[in-house]
Design a protein around this ligand. Structure first.
Ligand code: NAD
Length: 340
């Protein structure tokens, strides 16, 4: 039998443990896997583009476990009452090739993206950072805010979204579960004024310049998660030029990230090298650091590993693989099933 974790199971787990605790634990799992980055099989994800969005497959393996995620990105979906991003993932045993676990990953993707952002910021932002501008109040927004509260000790959020309904939703949701002081700002500029960290989490299937040079100040850390697909960016080139840029897997980020607008040899540092102590992150208090996040398969691997450790023994089971008395008699097992 294959273990099954649905969105209800993830919600119950978060209710039991608390989102902040779960995110801190996920940051630890991510750090452990980023430190052994070289042990993993890595490839840029396989993308199938359409006019409305993209569907992607994201595989990786450490030689013992194999994982893949199916994920989409359709910014137009919200107009039809659907999510921009949905996902599910599988964890499998390399020795036998058997799937071990199939899990919802729509909620888990929001959590892993937020935890990866917070892990990056903990390594790159000024340690005294307490105020974050959050540009984009969609499905990812609360997860980002809570991860920065849990992992960095952020206490204030200035939020901007052209959709007042989205901003109001974030205000109400965060008031229920956190001590964050949240204010809604009338513009990107107003949101960024006085911020230590800027998170951009906007969705539009086009090249946007949501954040430009006039919004940034020395010492800021920028966590850019919304530019994650060819032709879909949110950071202006002058911000990228002013910053030290950190990425997950360069062959993927150069196609999908905000740096897709820059020359192919634009200098970047792989985040895992900073986490593993092999490359410097921020070098002075005045550096501007930028994490050009697109989401990488190893982050989903770490997340599936954590939910399996936390839920595996209590997980429901699915008959995804037939169980046979004689592994050569698949047909006989089919006949037996049909007769029962
Ligand atoms: P969503 O559609 O739910 O919300 C996006 C929000 O951005 C909307 O409220 C919209 O009004 C707002 N927005 C659009 N243009 C804006 C602008 N110019 N200024 C301010 N706000 C603006 O999307 P989501 O699920 O919250 O995802 C946000 C982005 O993050 C998407 O682009 C998604 O593809 C990306 N994403 C990245 C990762 C990653 O690993 N890097 C993971 C998940 C999602």
């Amino acid at each position: 039998m294959v273990q099954y974790i649905g969105s209800h199971d993830v919600a119950a787990l978060l209710e039991k443990r608390g989102i902040g605790d779960f995110i801190r634990q996920l940051c630890d799992y991510l750090r452990a896997d980023f430190r052994r980055w070289e042990d993993f099989e890595k490839s840029a994800r396989l993308a199938s583009h359409s006019a409305a969005g993209v569907i992607e497959l994201m595989p990786t393996s450490d030689g013992t476990l194999y994982a893949f995620k199916y994920v989409n990105g359709h910014p137009v979906n919200t107009e039809a009452g659907k999510l921009t991003v949905t996902a599910f993932g599988v964890l499998a045993d390399v020795a036998t090739g058997y799937p071990l676990l199939i899990s919802e990953m729509t909620i888990l993707t929001a959590l892993r993206t937020a935890a990866t952002s917070a892990m990056a910021a903990k390594a790159l932002a000024r340690p005294e950072s307490r105020r974050m501008a959050l540009i984009g109040a969609g499905a990812q927004a609360e997860f980002q805010a809570l991860a920065f509260e849990a992992e960095l000790g952020i206490t204030e959020i200035s939020l901007h979204d052209p959709d007042p309904g989205a901003a109001g939703k974030v205000l109400r949701n965060l008031a229920r579960v956190s001590a964050l002081k949240v204010e809604v700002a009338p513009s990107v500029e107003a949101a960024c004024t006085g911020a230590d960290i800027i998170t951009t989490a906007t969705a539009a299937k086009r090249r946007q310049a949501v954040l430009s040079g006039g919004h940034i100040r020395p010492g800021m850390h920028i966590n850019a998660i919304g530019g994650d697909c060819p032709g879909k960016t949110e950071i202006a080139a002058d911000v990228l030029q002013a910053a030290k840029v950190f990425v997950e897997f360069p062959p993927q980020t150069r196609i999908e990230g905000d740096i897709q607008q820059m020359p192919a040899d634009f200098p970047v540092t792989e985040l895992w090298r900073v986490i593993a102590g092999k490359a410097p992150g921020r070098q002075t208090a005045n550096d501007i650091t930028l994490f050009d996040s697109v989401g990488f398969a190893i982050e989903d691997f770490s997340t599936l590993r954590l939910v399996r450790d936390l839920l595996g023994k209590d997980a429901r089971e699915l008959d995804l693989v037939p169980s046979l008395d004689n592994p050569k008699n698949l047909f006989g097992a089919l006949m037996k099933e049909a007769a029962e």
